[in-house]
Design a protein around this ligand. Structure first.
Ligand code: F6R
Length: 366
């Protein structure tokens, strides 16, 4: 039931604190990630992992891209991420002791399932499914599994499925990082940060009225550009996918450093540019990228970390403050305002938010 909400998508966006908390429940505690959360023999298998291949489609693929930044940074293991429809038809090289990870909300996506079947032939150490439907094909066929506990997702555009996938992938990252000798103090600090994620998402949801006001700017637009750097680049990709699929505004995402290598040519006063600006070593670089947009009259909408030193409002556009709650969980927190932005733009444009044209919730054909 939708209850007080206007659409399932809005309800599901607001269910995220609960869904993420459920996904972390009894899997992580004050001393770290609990044993045996990936199924029988999981910890033994994960101890042997020397590399990771992640396969998924759409939004689930974007979750995989975030995990690449995490696993490489904290566990120092090489990670490759690929969309399932490409992976299954090419001869990927599989180094010894590589873990195959399939990410899927439904567990029935044809390309993801076929990629997992194909992986059997390619000599992986084992397969892990990160999935929201326990009785699905992807889960049944995987060696190891970590269920997201988002509950049923009705809106075609994935929201709580994505943030719970990030929570599950964060648990995988921490397990691998601990195994690979991450400093104990740092490990425990990251565990604590992850446990604060439901609370930080709850806070981000409070931005809804401001975001709703911002959404007005997008009503007459035909295009939008999303920028991020580092681990926020996949968040920008996810933000642009959400806007495309429910509001039918053409949107593209770029790592901000690529702007001057082409897309800057598109920027004029009709091009809104949405940037995700967390605090961290890349902030100054991002700011100079944004300066390039400003100089061309582009309208800037910046979601900036509360802790990030930013000047006041740009001459055209706005800066919204988000409390990211720490570098590790920031991509999950910053996802929320972008979901709200797409949702309100779509509502204002009068599209069928829960059932966007031409799309199906579960893509069981190739
Ligand atoms: C976008 C969306 C799709 C799915 C994709 C994979 O909002 O929902 O891009 O993420 O079709 O679906 P699953 O995760 O069920 O394999």
């Amino acid at each position: 039931e939708r209850g007080e909400y206007r659409h399932y998508m809005q309800k599901e966006i607001f269910e995220q604190p609960r869904a993420v908390a459920d996904t972390l429940e009894s899997r992580i505690g004050p001393h770290g990630v609990l044993p045996n959360i990936f199924g029988v023999g999981g910890d033994e298998l994960l101890a042997k992992v020397r590399g990771v291949h992640i396969i998924a489609c759409g939004t689930s693929y974007h979750a995989g891209l975030v995990a690449k930044y995490w696993i490489e940074e904290y566990a120092r293991l090489p990670v490759a991420v690929e969309v399932a429809s490409e992976y299954r038809y090419r001869e990927a090289v599989v180094p010894a002791d590589t873990l195959f990870v399939a990410i899927s909300q439904s567990g029935e996506t044809a390309d993801t399932l076929a990629a997992m079947r194909e992986s059997r032939r390619r000599g992986y150490l084992g397969t892990l499914a990160i999935c929201n439907v326990p009785e699905s094909s992807v889960v049944r066929e995987a060696d190891l599994k970590l269920m997201t506990r988002a509950g049923p997702e009705i809106g075609v555009a994935s929201t709580k499925a994505f943030t719970t996938q990030l929570a599950a992938l964060a648990l995988l990252t921490l397990r691998l990082a601990h195994e690979r000798g991450l400093d104990e103090t740092r490990y425990l600090a990251l565990c604590e940060q992850l446990q604060s994620l439901p609370r930080m998402i709850e806070q981000a949801l409070q931005l809804e009225p401001e975001i709703q006001a911002l959404a007005e700017h997008f009503i007459p637009r035909h295009h939008a550009l999303f920028l991020g750097r580092g681990v926020q680049f996949p968040v920008a990709l996810e933000g642009s996918l959400k806007l495309k699929e429910i509001s039918y505004i053409h949107a593209e995402a770029y790592p901000a450093g690529e702007l001057k290598h082409g897309p800057l040519a598109l920027v004029d006063e009709d091009m809104p540019v949405v940037a995700v600006a967390p605090n961290g070593p890349l902030l100054d670089k991002l700011k100079s990228n944004l300066q390039e947009v400003r100089a061309r009259g582009g309208e800037l909408i910046v979601f900036a970390d509360k802790a990030a030193p930013m000047d006041g409002n740009p001459s055209r556009g706005s800066v919204l403050r988000v409390d990211a709650g720490g570098e590790f969980i920031a991509p999950a927190v910053f996802t929320v305002p972008l979901q709200l932005l797409s949702y309100h733009v779509a509502v204002l444009r009068g599209t069928d938010v829960d059932q966007p044209r031409n799309l199906a919730k579960s893509v069981t054909v190739e």
